[in-house]
Design a protein around this ligand. Structure first.
Ligand code: AMP
Ligand code: TRP
Length: 326
C-alpha cells in the first residue's frame, strides 16, 4: 500500500468562529480526511501573540476544538490536538528562526496590521516561523487554508527550501489548498473586507452556532448596492456576489442557476432564500455544537496529543540530525 500524503492545518482559539472559517478551512479539512493522513491543530501558542485574557483562554481553546469537531473533523480518522501540548512545535520554530531573515518577517502584511492594532512583540514577529514549524514538523504535502494565509504559506515554502539547501533535503515543499469559491468570505457589513473574528460589528459575520432567526436578521441587513438585479460581479456588486457564493456553497447549487432564478426577484426575496439555505446547511454543525460536552473535547484532545508527541518525536530525529543536534 502506498503511504497517504499528509495534510496539516490550524486555527487560532479566539472566539467568534464564523462561516468564513468553516468555508475557507474546516470544510476542506473534513473532505480531505477521505484521502489524506490529516493532522489538525488548535494553535493556542499563536493566539498568545495578541492581547488575550488568560482566565477566558481555557474555554476559548475548548470551544474552538468543539467547533472543529462539530464541523465534521473525526478524531478517529484525523489527529487533532492543542499545539501547546506538543513541545516539538516550539523546538522546531527555534531551529527555523535561525535561518529566517528579520526583514522578511517585518514585511508580512499580517504582522504590520496586527502590530499597528495590538502593539509589537517578538512572538508576533516570529508568528510565521512557528506556523512554518507546525507544517514542516510533519513533512506535510498540503495545507488547507483560506486565501488570507497565502503569504504565510509562501514564507513556509521559502524556509523549507532554505533548510533543504543549507542542511539536508528533509522537507517536502508544501502546497496551499484553497477552495475555488469561498476562499475569502467577505464581511456582511463591508463586502470589501474579509469576514473576521475580531470585527467589532457582530452583524458582519455569521457564527457557526447562530440560530436561523439570527442568520436571517444578519443576511437581511447585509450591505449590498442601490441596483435591484442579482448578478455575480465582484467589481460592481461585491455584497451580492458574496451572498451568491454563500448561497451556492450551502445549497449545493451553481451560481449560474441561482442568478437565473433570482435575477429579477428583488434583493429582499433573494436575501431570505439565501439566509434559509445558509441556516439549513449549518443546522447539523449547530446541533453538534450543542451536544459535544467539554469533557468529551478534553478527552479527545488529550488522546490526540499523546499520539502526536510520539509522531513528532520521530519526525524531529532527522531534523535534529540535519542541523548537527541529537
Ligand atoms: P483564523 O480565524 O485566522 O485562525 O483562521 C482559521 C482559518 O480560517 C484559516 O485557514 C483562514 O484562512 C480561514 N479564514 C478566516 N477568515 C476567513 C474568511 N473570511 N474567508 C475564508 N477563510 C477564512
Ligand atoms: N495562521 C493561521 C491563521 O491565522 C493559523 C495557523 C497556525 C495555521 N499554524 C498553522 C494554518 C499551520 C495552517 C497551518 O489562520
Amino acid at each position: 500500500m502506498t503511504e497517504r500524503k499528509r495534510v496539516f492545518s490550524g486555527v487560532q482559539p479566539t472566539g467568534n468562529v464564523h462561516i468564513g472559517n468553516y468555508i475557507g478551512a474546516f470544510r476542506n479539512w473534513v473532505s480531505m480526511q477521505e484521502d489524506f493522513d490529516c493532522i489538525y491543530n488548535v494553535v493556542d501558542l499563536h493566539a498568545m501573540t495578541t492581547p488575550y485574557d488568560p482566565a477566558a483562554f481555557r474555554s476559548e481553546r475548548i470551544n474552538m476544538a468543539r467547533s472543529v469537531l462539530a464541523s465534521g473533523v473525526d478524531a478517529e480518522r484525523s489527529l487533532l490536538y492543542f499545539q501547546s501540548d506538543v513541545p516539538h512545535h516550539a523546538e522546531l520554530a527555534w531551529i527555523l528562526s535561525t535561518i529566517t531573515g528579520i526583514g522578511q518577517l517585518e514585511r508580512m502584511t499580517q504582522y504590520k496590521e496586527k502590530s499597528d492594532r495590538a502593539g509589537q512583540n517578538l512572538g508576533l514577529l516570529s508568528y510565521p516561523v512557528l506556523m512554518a514549524a507546525d507544517i514542516l514538523l510533519y513533512k506535510v504535502h498540503a495545507v488547507p487554508v483560506g486565501d488570507d494565509q497565502t503569504q504565510h504559506l509562501e514564507l513556509t515554502r521559502d524556509v523549507a527550501e532554505r533548510f533543504n539547501h543549507r542542511f539536508t533535503e528533509v522537507f517536502p515543499i508544501p502546497e496551499r489548498i484553497t477552495p475555488e469559491i469561498g476562499a475569502r468570505v467577505m464581511s456582511l457589513q463591508d463586502p470589501f473586507s474579509k469576514m473576521s473574528k475580531s470585527d467589532p460589528n457582530e452583524k458582519s459575520r455569521i457564527l457557526l452556532d447562530d440560530a436561523p432567526e439570527a442568520i436571517l436578521k444578519k443576511v437581511k441587513s447585509a450591505v449590498t448596492d442601490s441596483d435591484r438585479y442579482v448578478r455575480y460581479d465582484w467589481e460592481e456588486k461585491a455584497g451580492i456576489s458574496n451572498l451568491l457564493e454563500l448561497f451556492s456553497i450551502f445549497s449545493g447549487r451553481s451560481i449560474e442557476s441561482l442568478v437565473e432564478e433570482y435575477h429579477e426577484a428583488g434583493y429582499g426575496a433573494f436575501k431570505i432564500a439565501a439566509a434559509e439555505a445558509i441556516a439549513e446547511g449549518l443546522a447539523p454543525v449547530r446541533e453538534r455544537m450543542g451536544s459535544i460536552e467539554d469533557g468529551d473535547v478534553m478527552k479527545i484532545m488529550a488522546a490526540g496529543a499523546e499520539v502526536a508527541r510520539e509522531k513528532a518525536e520521530q519526525e524531529m530525529i532527522s531534523i535534529r540530525a540535519a542541523v548537527g543536534l541529537g
